[in-house]
Ligand binder design. Sequence first.
Ligand code: 6PG
Length: 403
Amino acid sequence: MIVVVIGVSGSGKSTIGTRLARAMGGRFLEGDTLHSPANIDKMSRGVPLNDDDRGPWLSDIHARIADASRRGVDLVVACSALKQQYRQTLERGVALTWVYLKGSEALFRSRLQQRTSHFMKADMLASQFDALEEPSNAIVIDAAATPDAIVATILRQLSLAARVRVLTDVDALSAQAAAAAVDIINGAVAAHGRCSLALSGGDTPRGLYRLLGSQFRAQVPWARVHIFWGDDRYVPADHPESNYRMARETLLDHVPCPASNIHAMPTHLSPAAAAAAAYEKVLREYFDGGDGPAFDLNIMGVGEDGHTASVFPGSRAVDEQERWVLDAHTNATPEWRLTLTLSALSRSRNIFFLVAGATKASALRHALAADSDPHVYPAAGIRPTTGTVVWWVDSASAQSRRG
Ligand code: 6PG
């Protein structure tokens, strides 16, 4: 996970960044250490830097961020990043989280006046506030709070179970996710004798399903694996739009998973509400009346509109807390769906989101943002309390776009 703590001088970036990195078990990078001697001399003389001064400095920081992302290292960076264009440089090709330490000029001036060594002088603070363009996609923190309170708030909002892995393309993310899936499946079987694997539909997961049924086929104890669906279209099982049919064609027809372990949504039952209730009964029996379907691994996707499973913007499945499975009429094709609710989906022990393509960049950014409204971006409502979430995304979707 990459977190960049931003704000003007005196906002506490270094103090908070250091403590946050320690709490995350990650590394800390003080952006100011990468300034050139010429920049430091200029600032020490009370002369504000211009965009030309900042260009090479920001590129150096971006190189460190991209390297940490490639290597899957948790990194916290402290950097003023006052302008949107600076932030665009730092986030190019990387999924990262901005944390903005917001406060008054008076508060930060009083802090700077207590400093002696730092090259940023208090009287340069005004130029920093003049240059500041507040971020619209950051975790916003009241910089006046205590460092402990600030770090606790950030950790809570980062929901540190989330992990973002950026791979070059959908084939690369499918291969990495498949290998990780095999580990989770085998871990579940070793821990409790069986694995519950929930599948989703769409196109993105096809590559992963094919790999599980071919390259990784022999590494999975299929007789111990139970297959479920997080959603399906309310169509016959042999319909071209059926998620069950897609899973059969890409995976289940190629592996020795017993028919009794394959728990398809009963789309033959009518009406749809009865089918949903019947599937909920299957889940409650399998999970032995627990407080939710704790799938060992739940493979999910995100639509361009931010939907996940068949929970679309404005769906009643966003707020439903009692039922685990609902029938849903949508504006998508096919329009009738059966879907688990966000609350039920969030009970999974491990969730893999697979996201690929530039058209998903906005939905991905909103899904990852701590302050997104799940009624607008349902994927943002998948917030496991105890489980982990790994986002397997390609670089095209990781491009953080406006909008
Ligand atoms: C479905 C899926 C749905 C899917 C997204 C992304 O039934 O369609 O469960 O939630 O994951 O629509 O689909 P793509 O992977 O095709 O973009």
